[in-house]
Design a protein around this ligand. Structure first.
Ligand code: ADP
Ligand code: MG
Ligand code: MG
Length: 898
């Protein structure tokens, strides 16, 4: 079997469908080469070799691939007319990692590999550009030292050891830019770098190119199991056995002078989704320079450049002279690049994120991939591409990652509050959104406060975890394609980059803007859509479903067959959910209504009464309150079905536990404090979740069920009088036996009939049950004889099927997941293998008895995309989830049906 795949010169061994084997980067390099895009020749060592490396170790793996690698290097040599390790005419290569999905900056790249004290002279002579040769050499030592030899900062306040040497020299020479180093400076840097390596590692810097190459290849494999990569994998649920590929590719040089450069570009705007080609570049620069924010990058297009200048408050004349776009500076290169970006987007039918390098007037493409984007951009791009005829309607729906819609449902800054906000500075609107939080300066302190804004000079891959935790990210350096910007957009996190007015001091942990100093812990707000940095907090408001977002939802409804309802306990929740497109309420929990101040009193009175009369009196007080709650909810849902669950939690949750409250309750009820205490103690249970709750309450105190049934039916009748249709579905919780259901159903129906007689009018209503006790799933056929509907309470069902107390599971579940005992928290992602079987079986048995039985799910799982897909496969009529997850579930439901 082949372990190494070649590409270059318009041919390739692989292609873009081979991402699992060649990694995303390798597969796309092969594809680009085949479709005639100029990529420097190279080869890809497969991801399988990475897995072999983990099993067999270094020596065995080198032995396995040595012949193929040597042959592939020879192939590059013949295409480039250079020789690896040659003194006069050396071939230099880059060694790049590439997993099957892009993990930006996860694994480091080494450029200019193959240089040593001899080759650098050969390179200088051959190109007639001594400065370039030495600049490449110092970069190589720096990268190889960092990535392969472990020359990283020792403390987080420190800067990179090589950067430190460079900063020192810049200071000594009174210069600020890398490009201002003289040839002698660069030679000195090389000497000092090698010296630093020797001091720190105890070894000389490797001079043999083959040693260098194998060292780098192995370092890439090792980085797959580094902290950063593991964290990223965990965050996305990618398995460890995927491995990474290694790409070795002939170097092209963007640092050969004024006629060279390097850049990054996107076929559409990754922040907003707007269909405009955009990107950044630097003249006389190499590799990561643009992304790392070494210098202020310039824009690719004229339009982008003008927009940028406006934000940066730069005059048009100044812009043209000092920051011209590529379009203006190198029109023919721009034209060629623009052609490739169109070609690639049409070829892949998705927004592309590309890297390019210009070597002495010749354009090379170094990478393309489906670009990371914000949730808003994801939606807009999918809809636009559908309208442009690039993809079909169904493809547009499938392009949306349901969980990423979440970003669009978060609160946004209130327009009024924004007007009054005090803007302290402006940066680039790198990733849209609204974020308010307390300043932290280090990624590993991102959880120091509840809401944090990570403020950095620039971010690096090490900061990933902290960036994920922080509410927003603010950097002083770097452009729209900087590491911070790209990663933030991928995470859908608000980010402002390149805010040059900020003076950040890590040692004193301060941020200075003009004369004003902000300290760690101070509150700031970021408006990622405008780049405004705002002092203090800014109020937020609810987002709206509009534009392309609304369009994609309409498309979803066209394909979805399974409905989406919401869990809502208040008229307001119900309204929010309706706006998000909920098709009914799958769960209204009545107990939440009892927790309000004046209601809890009546509730407690009922619980503390020892007599039926006493309880009835208290329930009498609760009845009008419940009735008006239901009226509000029914009204908000306007004719859509509303499932109301009867009282569920153990009564102990309602009684006062503090002495103070107990005392005032005793006074109010004219009983002794002692009596209150006794009752509270009586209600205490060892396992409340398995205790006196659910239908067990209604069976011991039928008057509670009676009151609730009456409130529901009367509310429906009241609305009917006002011309509003209400469709109540009364749900009995926690049944395990048929007799439990029968007994409660009888109370409900008797009450309803009584009310109908009193009012001389009727409404339609249904009586069904929650299926949440494993025993109920076993006798579902019998229950279905009487029940009008089933609703799976998968929270309790999971709790009881696993025997994990939901309230205690947080002690061991994280450890279970870490150790791989479970792959996901079963309370978040439905356990299809086990709990799922109970759902399937109960649905099947129920429908055997009553083919038209309405079946839904109302646990937390109703809003989890993979669980929604499962519910669709199982034939459920609807899923029900919290209001803010309704759009996500609607989309997931459509995707399941497509
Ligand atoms: P990442 O996955 O972090 O983007 P890459 O492997 O793409 O890392 O490389 C980092 C930088 O080096 C990119 O800017 C890339 O364009 C540049 N680069 C990689 N290989 C070469 C090469 N052969 N010639 C010139 N530049 C290169
Ligand atoms: Mg790259
Ligand atoms: Mg329950």
């Amino acid at each position: 079997k082949a372990r190494v795949f070649k590409f270059g010169d318009k041919t390739a061994d692989g292609n873009s469908t081979m991402k699992n084997l060649l990694g995303g980067k390798g597969a796309n390099l092969a594809e680009m080469s085949s479709i005639g895009i100029p990529v420097p020749p190279g080869f890809t060592i497969t991801t399988e070799v990475c897995t072999e490396f983990n099993l067999l170790g270094k020596d065995a793996v080198v032995e396995l691939i040595k012949d193929e690698v040597e042959a592939s290097i020879a192939n590059i040599e013949s295409l480039m007319g250079t020789t690896f390790g040659d003194k006069e005419n050396p071939l230099l290569v880059s060694v790049r990692s590439g997993a099957r999905v892009s993990m930006p900056g996860m694994m480091d790249t080494v450029l200019n590999l193959g240089l040593n004290d001899d080759a650098v002279i050969g390179l200088a002579n051959k190109t007639g550009n001594e400065r370039f040769a030495w600049d490449s050499y110092r970069r190589f030592i720096q990268m190889y030292g960092g990535v392969v030899l472990g020359m990283k900062p020792e403390a987080k306040e420190d800067i990179d050891p090589f950067e430190e040497i460079m900063e020192h020299l810049k200071y000594k020479r009174r210069i600020t830019l890398d490009t201002e180093f003289t040839i002698q400076d660069l030679k000195d840097l090389v000497y000092d770098f090698k010296d630093a390596v020797k001091k720190r590692t105890g070894h000389d810097f490797p001079t043999n190119p083959w040693d260098q190459l194998w060292g780098a290849v192995i370092a890439v494999f090792n980085s797959w199991n580094g902290d950063r990569a593991m964290y990223y994998r965990k965050m996305h649920g990618y398995p460890a056995n995927w491995g990474t590929a290694v790409n070795v590719q002939a170097m092209v040089y963007g640092n050969m002078g004024k006629n060279s450069g390097t850049g990054v570009c996107f076929t559409r705007d990754a922040g907003t989704g707007e269909d405009v080609f955009n990107g950044e570049y630097l003249i006389n620069a190499q590799g990561e320079d643009v992304v790392a924010g070494v210098r202020t990058p310039q824009q690719i297009t004229k339009l982008g450049s003008q927009r940028w200048a406006e934000l940066a408050k730069i005059e048009e004349q100044d812009r043209i002279e000092n920051y011209p776009s590529l379009e203006e500076l190198m029109p023919s290169i721009y034209k060629e690049l623009n052609g490739y970006q169109e070609k690639l987007e049409n070829h892949y039918k998705d927004m592309q994120d590309m890297e390019f390098t210009i070597q002495d007037g010749k354009l090379w493409i170094l990478q393309t991939r489906n670009g990371k984007r914000t949730g808003a951009a994801m939606v807009k791009i999918a809809m636009d591409m559908f309208k442009q005829g690039l993809i079909t309607e169904k493809e547009a729906v499938l392009r949306i990652e349901p969980s990423k819609l979440d970003e669009l449902l978060h609160p946004v800054f209130d327009a009024k509050a924004l007007k009054e906000a005090h803007v302290i500075a402006q940066g680039l609107p790198a990733s849209p959104g609204a974020a308010t939080g307390q300043i932290v300066f280090f990624a590993d302190e991102a959880n120091k406060y509840k809401y944090t804004i990570l403020v950095r000079i620039e971010t690096s891959p090490e900061d990933l975890e902290g960036m994920n935790i922080a509410r927003g990210i603010l950097t002083a350096r770097g452009g729209m394609t900087s590491h911070a910007a790209v990663v933030a957009r991928g995470m859908g996190k608000c980010c402002i980059s390149g805010a040059g007015a900020l003076k950040i001091n890590y040692k004193t942990r301060t941020l200075k803007v003009g004369d004003k100093v902000y300290h760690e812990g101070d509150w700031i707000s970021l408006n990622g859509s405008t780049g405004n940095i705002i002092e203090g907090k800014v109020a937020t408001s609810e987002p709206e479903l509009s534009g392309e977002f609304a369009e994609i939802m309409t498309l979803s409804d066209k394909y979805a067959t399974m409905q989406v309802r919401t869990n809502a306990d208040t008229p307001n929740d119900a309204k929010v959910a309706r706006n998000f497109g909920a098709q009914g309420i799958g769960l209204t929990r009545t107990e939440h209504m009892f927790f309000e101040v004046d209601r809890i009193k009546a509730m407690r009175e009922m619980i503390l009464s020892d007599t039926l009369i006493g309880r009835q009196n208290a329930l009498e007080k609760l009845l009008p309150m419940q009735r008006s709650d239901f009226e509000g909810i029914f009204e908000a849902m306007q004719g859509l079905p509303v499932t109301v669950r009867l009282l569920d939690p153990p009564l102990h949750e309602f009684v006062p536990h503090q002495l103070e409250t107990q005392r005032s309750l005793a006074e109010e009820m004219h009983i002794t404090l002692e009596a209150v205490k006794i009752k509270v103690a009586e209600l205490e249970e060892f396992n409340p979740m398995l205790g006196h709750r659910g239908c067990r309450l209604g069976i011991t105190y039928p008057e509670i069920t009676e009151m609730q049934a009456r409130a529901i039916i009367e509310a429906a009748l009241n609305l009917k009088e006002r011309g509003i249709v209400a469709k109540p579905e009364i749900m009995i919780p926690l049944i395990g036996t048929l007799t439990e259901f029968e007994s409660q159903e009888a109370v409900i129906r008797e009450t309803a009939n009584k009310v109908f007689k009193e009012r001389n009018d009727t409404v339609e209503y249904a009586v069904g049950t929650m299926i949440e006790i494993p025993r109920a799933t076993l006798i579902a056929d019998k229950i279905a004889k009487y029940a009008d509907f089933f609703s799976f309470g998968t929270n309790d069902l999971t709790q009881m099927a696993f025997g994990y107390s939901r309230d205690d599971a947080s002690k061991f579940l994280p450890i279970y997941i870490e150790k791989g005992i479970l792959t996901a928290d079963p309370f978040e992602v439905l356990d299809q293998e086990g709990v799922g079987q109970l759902v399937e079986m109960a649905t099947e048995r129920g429908r055997n008895t009553k083919p038209k039985l309405k079946v839904g799910i109302c646990g937390e799982h109703g809003g989890d995309p993979s669980s929604v897909e499962f519910c669709y496969r199982t034939g459920l009529n609807y899923v029900s989830c919290s209001p803010y997850r309704v759009p996500i579930a609607r989309l997931a439901s459509a995707q399941a049906a497509i």
